[in-house]
Design a protein. Sequence first.
Length: 92
Amino acid sequence: MKDKEGWWEFLKLCSEINSPEEFQRLFDLFLTLEEKDTLGRRFLIVKALQEGKLTQREIADRYGVSISQITRGSNALKIIEAPLKKILKKFL
């Protein structure tokens, strides 16, 4: 599929990035403001779920997201592999 090919090429490009500033410039090129906002909210959802201090309702209220968005983040966390879980714990 062509769309998966594009995604993998994009991931390869991202793997060459060495700093947050370079990522900012790359994402300014490829993502709209709305897409960056969506990604940022997903990050905050995953971070809050990892911390485990807030209920889903509190996360929704704090970040202005829907319960369904939180559920999708929660479901995604359930299927990640141990190495990624370790990275998330370190950085989140």
